[in-house]
Design a protein around this ligand. Structure first.
Ligand code: ARG
Length: 585
């Protein structure tokens, strides 16, 4: 983990940091501002000159303006094999060109040591990602699917960056709805202890039926309310009934996670329940919790309503649980960054309890640049009709069915293309899954998450355009170029050398440095930038391949290695997006 060098950008930034210390010794905390060049003047550029000028202007200084600071920054760069040449542009931008040799060497080192050596270095070493988090006995809907897909990718990107990630499924397993569910189970299935799970079957239908009874029958309602008290008081029979019901939901959630290849550790709302009184006591002692209309609340300045932490009936709620979970994650789990993935509809909730945590001094008051908590919000999933995504019978969509349909459609397409003759039944099955599930994920991830996105099988399964199917084809084609060369690529990795002679080779070679995109995607919690990168990579490869003959050319070895490196980077991007790559289509 430690023997990675960081991204190219991070390495270049280090050089500029050294230069800045020499150039502006009075400002030892100046951070180098290094970005990739968009123009043709260089590969990376340092943008510090202007802000440095603002700092030294008016003082006694040898500098005449930003360009002269830029020149000094360039002159003070340490000797490095990463710098071919350096130039100043406009108001003091320092442009750096990397040597082709260095780019080639970096790629070769990656091929030899594995993609891990390119991992970005992040400031945190342990993070919680709270994602998926459906509610027991209620439907797991497309919103939860988005949370699962986006959260998993964020976790994967952090994990690649050597962050220890606690993947938390904050399932809603502790609401008052359990009273009625348990009583209804006792009534309908007296033999629940032996046959409960099988008997209940469809939990959502069971939920609906018990709710109907709850609303219609006051005696039942009374009983259900008593049941909540018994359950929360730890009554053994009620606890057992509760866990029976949770288990049914859990099994259904698991079917979705299994298909998606997502791993999660369940720490549901019930887990934090025993810690709530102490946490609230602490906040009360700090004077943060006050009485209001029978409830106990935290007043948040600038908000119309306060954050209720104890309801007027004395019960705890979503907010008291989340405050306590945050306390637990900060103090018990020592997480440095806590990331919550839910739809944008919950924004106010997160704003409110993050602010409460700041008032309590759990979080620094000002944390704009490197926050300790982040709410990763996302928009709605829409159907073709631009309305909330539903099935034709306007029922909610069962996620398992949705994923199965993606696979079925892919399988039909592959059979159509004659693959059932080429492949074993198992290969057909596996590839249909990889392509189908991958398509669903990519279609979600490629959009900026804040926007609503339209779910369309036809669009996501198209093999042209920016889709996972297209990218799977692009990757498989590269694998086939290597296979058809008849060369042993592992052998070439040991004996061959990459030379970036042609302009397209250089462009592709430099573009292979994907890790800074991962860094950006992590910092801004935006998986779509990785998708955009991946799509551009496939286009760069296409240009390279149309300009540069690979098999049978004098440059064959070098170019095959470049093909391999492209395939490796594509696979790593697939991996980070939770997509299983296909090697032949
Ligand atoms: N169970 C919630 C829902 O379905 C999501 C929980 C998100 N996590 C959290 N710590 N609040 O809307």
């Amino acid at each position: 983990a430690e023997d990675n060098d960081g991204t190219v950008k991070q390495q270049i930034a280090k050089l500029f940091e050294t230069s800045l210390r020499i150039t502006i010794p009075d400002e030892p905390s100046l951070e180098p501002l290094v970005v990739k060049c968009t123009g043709k003047f260089g590969d990376y550029q340092c943008n510090n000159a202007m802000s440095c000028w603002a700092k030294v202007k008016g003082k006694k200084t040898e500098f005449k303006g930003p360009p002269s600071i830029g020149q000094a920054i360039a002159n003070n760069l340490p000797e490095s094999e990463m710098i071919e040449s350096c130039s100043i542009a406009g108001p003091g931008f320092v442009n750096v060109v990397l040597p082709n040799k260095w780019i080639a060497k970096s790629i070769q080192k990656m091929l030899e040591k594995g993609i891990g050596i390119w991992a970005p270095r992040l400031r945190v070493s342990r993070a919680v990602v709270d994602f998926s988090s459906p509610n027991i006995a209620k439907e797991m809907h497309v919103g939860h699917l988005r949370s699962t897909i986006i959260g998993d990718t964020i976790a994967r990107m952090l994990e690649y960056s050597n962050v220890e990630v606690l993947r938390r499924n904050h399932v809603g397993d502790w609401g008052t709805q359990f009273g009625m569910l348990i009583e209804y189970m006792f009534e309908k299935f007296p033999d629940w202890e032996n046959a409960g799970e099988q008997a209940i079957g469809d939990l959502q239908a069971f939920y609906k039926a018990s709710k109907l009874k709850f609303d219609a029958d006051p005696v039942f309602k009374e009983k259900a309310q008593q049941a909540v008290v018994l359950l929360q008081g730890g009554n053994e029979k009620y606890r057992k009934a509760w866990s029976t019901i949770c288990e049914i939901s859990r099994r259904e959630f698991h079917q979705v996670y299994e298909r998606l290849g997502v791993s999660l550790e369940e720490k549901g709302e019930s887990f934090y329940n025993p810690y709530i009184p102490k946490v609230l006591e602490g906040l009360t002692n700090q004077g943060l919790i006050v009485e209001s209309e029978g409830a106990r609340v935290i007043v948040i300045e600038g908000k119309q309503i306060p954050l209720i932490v104890v309801k007027s009936d004395g019960g705890y709620n979503y907010a008291s649980t989340d405050l306590t979970a945050l306390w637990y994650r900060l103090n018990e789990e020592k997480a440095e960054w806590i990331i919550y993935v839910t739809d944008v509809g919950q924004k106010l909730h997160f704003d409110m309890f993050f602010t409460a945590a700041k008032l309590a001094g759990w979080l620094p008051a000002d944390e704009n640049l490197y926050p300790k908590t982040s709410h990763v919000d996302f928009g709605l999933v829409l159907g073709d009709d631009k309305k909330r995504f539903r099935t034709r019978s306007s029922e909610v969509v069962r996620l398992v069915d949705l994923l199965d349909e993606a696979k079925t459609r892919c399988k039909a397409e592959l059979v159509e293309r004659g693959k059932s003759l080429e492949w074993t039944a198992e290969e057909l099955e596996q590839n249909a899954e990889a392509i189908g599930y991958g398509a669903v994920k990519y279609a979600d991830l490629k959009n900026n998450r804040s926007t609503n996105y339209t779910f369309s099988f036809d669009q996501m399964l198209n093999d042209k355009g920016n889709t996972a199917v297209y990218l799977q084809y692009a990757h498989a084609r590269i694998c086939s170029i290597i296979r058809k060369s008849g060369k042993d690529i592992e052998e070439l990795k040991k004996t061959g050398t990459i030379v970036l002679g042609h302009a397209e080779e250089r462009t592709l070679g430099l573009h292979l440095q994907f890790a800074e995109v991962v860094e950006e995607a992590c910092m801004n919690l935006l998986p779509n930038v990785l998708c955009e990168y991946l799509y551009n990579l496939s286009e760069h490869f296409t240009r390279f391949y149309s300009e540069c003959k690979v098999v049978g050319s004098p440059e064959e070895t070098s170019r095959l290695l470049l093909c391999e490196a492209t395939a490796v980077v594509m696979r790593q991007c697939f991996h980070l997006l939770g997509i299983v790559p296909v090697y032949k289509i």
